[in-house]
Write a protein that binds this ligand. Structure first.
Ligand code: WTA
Length: 658
């Protein structure tokens, strides 16, 4: 049964355990009151929360400003600082409380109290200023998953610099694109990182990226994470600690307008290169803060572990900002779930007394393969809430997670959201009755609907476009440097902005069941979701055709038991390139490595199929539906009479899988 079929037949409902009901701050009544308030007064609801949950240096008087729709501004005459809200405000009451517990790849542990985090962030903020960085400047962060990544992000926020974190798994080419698009003045990196017992070079990629571009980058700050020496370019590169020498532990946070961009985060779309999703300060932090309280019941006594890397939006909202804003303790982990063995996550939950654990379905499916015996060796009794993010979770993985990790005691919070939404949008509260495979209902103040392609309403169980009808505080503000793309991508429907409503089109299809629960079916555009990571088919196709031996390429996904989706590439080689079977294997490797070099290892195709032409219609359009069928290894039942040359399909039937 495919993933989608299996959710269509899923009908189990799991009520919150008595334990959960008694423990959590928000019960069904208080949640119902929030929904009621939000539906009566959308702007008032968010504005009251913004006053209650955040500390403002200049209080706002304007809730929502929609005069420039579809650019929406929230709390736009208020001022605040994110780092102050995440750190300083807790110092009076919890300066000795742990803010970060860090476990390195080799198992060694480091701890930072809120006071220590404050001092480190201040020192680094002063360092950035001494290197010439000012409010509004862009700073690229290309780091391993270590506390210095969070310190760097918080330090940028403290001085009003706009950070753009690039996932350490992206290649030098991808890094360069992002550095250039953001117009970054400074790059923060590490000599290398450690993952699964291996050293992952990082500074080397920065050097390569800057060799052929990024001319506006004046300085590179290098944190020495391992003992490996890296070349340092005089005048440009500085060691983190040398740069920090003599810097004060105090820095007066720069208060910025609520709409000041906090960060850019690049993410894939259907067309072109990844786009820089621009987030705000006040609106972003508000949703980051409240969703940590609502979905995870996060409070003082919790140890919260979100396993996402800070290179992704999840690592921004549920590692670097949200939980600290709430004043909780976070666990950060440098390594991988299967090193030294597949019990690592569960051992860490036990050793650090993790109470809330948030990960991707891919990780659960991968660890499930090793059986329930591994987790059963560890004491997981402190866990009280589990979460998932990034891709649909199949009911089988949900049930395993619920039973084997949560001891049938902890709710599984399936959170639907995106880089662009900034924070959770559709998700259950811990007391919400749960249906495995559904992310339950839209949050209070989030108006989600299912519409057809013309914007018409659809009924119960009818699949269509997932659309958000009203602006919300943490929504994307713009695509950095590409206003047209912002409008075209997210507001393509006719009358997108009319009568106080806005039709933000998410890019996913979904349906709503009779109880109003949402079931996400997948992307409707050319975006792939591989292990919860977003990749555009066009990016991978452009990488492939940039290879000297490749004439044409088309990329589609096929279902994969662990990764959710796997990448299947269809390639036409240039004339004169040998089609000899014996050389194919080497060529497959060469192309996979090429894509890793162009984009990053996460974009490597799982299968490569070769042929002399792609299946195209007479008007020259590639028939991707047929390629999807071929990628699945299924028989072609579609009508192929519109193909220019139906015989091309035969050649593609033999994949070169790995
Ligand atoms: C998918 C990750 C089903 C969806 C936070 C969305 C999900 C894309 C879920 C955003 C979920 C995310 N169930 N699908 N709980 N969460 N998605 O920007 O297709 O990396 O549009 O943000 O992931 O991916 P992004």
């Amino acid at each position: 049964m495919s993933k989608i079929e299996s959710i269509l037949t899923e009908s189990r409902v799991f009520e919150a355990s008595e334990n959960t009901q008694n423990q959590v701050a928000l019960n069904a009544t208080s949640i119902a009151q929030m929904y009621e308030k939000a539906s009566k007064d959308h702007v008032g609801f968010w504005s009251d929360l913004a006053r209650e949950k955040l500390v403002w240096s200049t209080p706002f008087t304007v809730g929502l400003d929609d005069s420039n729709a579809p650019h929406f501004e929230w709390f736009s005459d208020g001022e605040l600082n994110v780092s102050y809200n995440c750190i300083d405000r807790h110092l009076a009451t919890k300066s000795d409380k742990l803010a970060i517990i860090f476990e390195a790849d080799d198992g060694s542990v480091d701890r930072y109290t809120y006071k220590e985090l404050h001092d480190q962030v201040c020192r680094f903020a002063n360092t950035l200023v001494s290197q010439g960085i000012q409010k509004g400047d862009r700073v690229v962060i290309y780091m391993p998953m270590i506390p210095q990544a969070v310190i760097a992000m918080q330090a940028c926020a403290r001085i009003g610099a706009i950070h753009s974190v690039v996932f350490g798994g992206f290649s030098a080419e991808s890094l360069r694109d992002r550095i250039e698009n953001a117009g970054a003045k400074l790059v923060i990196t590490a000599n290398a990182g450690r993952r699964g017992g291996k050293t992952i070079p990082l500074k080397q990629a920065v050097d390569e990226a800057l060799e052929k571009g990024g001319d506006h980058v004046r300085k590179v700050i290098v944190f020495k994470r391992t003992n490996d020496d890296v070349p340092m370019q005089a005048g440009r590169d500085i060691d983190w600690y040398d740069a920090e020498a003599g810097m004060s532990n105090y820095h007066d946070p720069v208060m910025v307008n609520s709409e000041h961009p906090l960060f850019l985060l690049y993410t894939s779309g259907s067309t072109g290169k990844p786009k820089g999703v621009q987030h705000s300060t006040g609106g972003y932090l508000l949703n980051a803060h409240v969703t940590n309280e609502w979905m995870f019941d996060l409070s003082d006594n919790d140890v919260f572990w979100c396993t996402a890397d800070v290179g992704w939006i999840t690592g921004h909202t549920y590692v670097a900002y949200g939980p600290l804003s709430v004043g909780a303790t976070i666990l950060m982990f440098e390594g991988v779930p299967t090193y030294p063995d597949a019990g690592r996550f569960w051992k860490m939950c036990q050793d650090h007394g993790v109470t809330i654990f948030y990960t991707a379905p891919t990780a659960i499916r991968a660890l499930m393969k090793f059986g329930a015996e591994l987790p059963s060796q560890y004491d997981l009794s402190k866990l009280r809430i589990l979460g998932t993010v990034g891709e649909p979770i199949n009911p089988e993985a949900w049930i395993w997670y619920y039973n084997e990790i949560g001891g049938a005691r902890c709710p599984v919070i399936d959170t639907w959201w995106q880089t662009e939404t900034g924070a959770h949008m559709i998700a259950p509260f811990p007391v919400t009755p749960l249906k495995p495979g559904s992310c339950a209902k839209a949050l209070p103040g989030i108006d989600a609907v299912i519409l057809d392609e013309e914007g018409g309403a659809l009924g119960t169980d009818e699949g269509g476009l997932l659309v958000i009808k009203k602006p919300w505080p943490s929504m994307i503000r713009n695509v950095w440097g590409d206003e047209a793309r912002y409008q075209q991508t997210y507001f393509p429907l006719k009358d997108s902005v009319a009568g106080g409503e806005t039709l933000y089109v998410v890019g996913d299809s979904a349906y709503q069941d009779k109880d109003g629960y949402f079931w996400i079916l997948g992307r409707v555009d050319d975006v792939l979701n591989v292990s919860g990571h977003r990749l555009g088919t066009m990016e991978i196709e452009s990488a492939l055709v940039a290879h000297p031996k490749v004439a044409e390429a088309a990329v589609v996904s096929r279902p994969d038991d662990i990764k959710g989706e796997a990448i299947s590439a269809f390639v036409v080689l240039n004339t004169g390139i040998s089609h000899d079977e014996t050389e194919r294997e080497a060529l497959v490797q060469e192309l996979r490595e090429w894509v890793a070099k162009e984009i990053g290892a996460i974009a490597k195709p799982s299968d490569i199929h070769f042929g002399s032409n792609l299946p195209k219609t007479r008007s020259g359009k590639i028939m991707r539906r047929l390629l999807k069928t071929l990628a699945r290894g299924e028989e072609i039942l579609q009508d192929t009479s519109t193909l220019e040359d139906p015989s091309v399909l035969e050649q593609f039937k033999k994949p070169k899988s790995l």
